[in-house]
Design a protein around this ligand. Structure first.
Ligand code: ATP
Length: 238
């Protein structure tokens, strides 16, 4: 039954080399259940990106354990096909269409074309006819949407989005919200980081609030926002 739990983090700590005794993440434990949209919330430097990088297996924790669908995550181990991740700065070939870029990416994963669930993933991402245009004509928001569509290829059971609303304007942020809600509608699980409660409270079912590497609050959104928890989250821009 552990294989059904998208994410279980137990006592995880991380210090970067050279940062003396300052922890980027300190004794972090939480669990994400199937179908949840979990918002990882906290001001700049709270440890969100470090946490997400550890659960993607990009960096190793110093202590503790991370399990994704029951499997221990370790850097160097093959990325689970059940996980898709968006991190800022995905590169695209500007002269190719959005669709051609995604096809190229999928082929590079070495997985069969029919496993991509291309049309369904693209529909959820909501790129529409823009997919047939060259990426060089895209706005920043559109490029971000394309990178998220790329993370959705194969319709992974767990989708990880690191600050997907960064640099987007309010209408684009609303569209992003719709994309995440559509994605989770079929019982899939989403983990999204943000430093603004307002950006995620209408999207997420659950929140984990971090500050200075530690978990400050965790639980269903209604419990956290209903108790004035929003004051814990900084409102500084990026
Ligand atoms: P942001 O919203 O700015 O991305 P965050 O919540 O994602 O913030 P992290 O990027 O995880 O926070 O950073 C947590 C702490 O670790 C910060 O104090 C940061 O300066 C430090 N840190 C992050 N990356 C490194 C690194 N590669 N080397 C050294 N220290 C780092």
């Amino acid at each position: 039954e552990r294989a059904d739990v998208p994410l279980e983090i137990t006592g995880v700590s991380k210090r970067y080399a050279g940062s003396a005794d300052r922890y980027a993440v300190r004794d972090l434990s939480f669990r994400v259940e199937k179908g949840q949209v979990l918002g990882l919330l906290g001001p700049n430097g709270a440890g969100k990106t470090t946490t997400l990088r550890m659960l993607m297996g990009l960096i190793a924790p110093d202590d503790g354990e991370i399990r994704v669908f029951g499997q221990a995550v370790r850097p160097g181990a093959p990325v689970l096909s059940r996980v898709g991740a968006f991190v800022e700065g995905a590169g695209f070939l500007p002269h190719l269409t959005g669709r051609a870029n995604l096809e190229l990416y999928w082929r590079a994963t070495g997985r069969p074309a029919e496993d991509a669930h291309f049309e369904e993933a693209l529909e959820i991402a909501g790129l529409g006819s823009a997919l047939e245009r060259a990426v060089r004509t895209y706005s920043q928001g559109m490029r971000q949407r394309l990178a998220i569509a790329q993370a959705m290829l194969g319709l992974p059971d767990l989708l990880i989005l690191d600050e997907p609303t960064n640099g987007l304007d309010p209408p684009q942020i609303r569209e992003m919200r719709e994309v995440m809600i559509r994605y989770a509608a079929d019982g899939r699980t989403v983990i999204v980081s943000s430093h603004l409660l307002a950006e995620v409270e209408q999207t997420c079912t659950h929140l984990v609030v971090m500050d200075s590497g530690r978990l400050v609050q965790a639980g269903p959104v209604v419990e956290i926002t209903g108790t004035g928890g929003s004051v814990l989250v900084g409102h500084e821009g990026e």
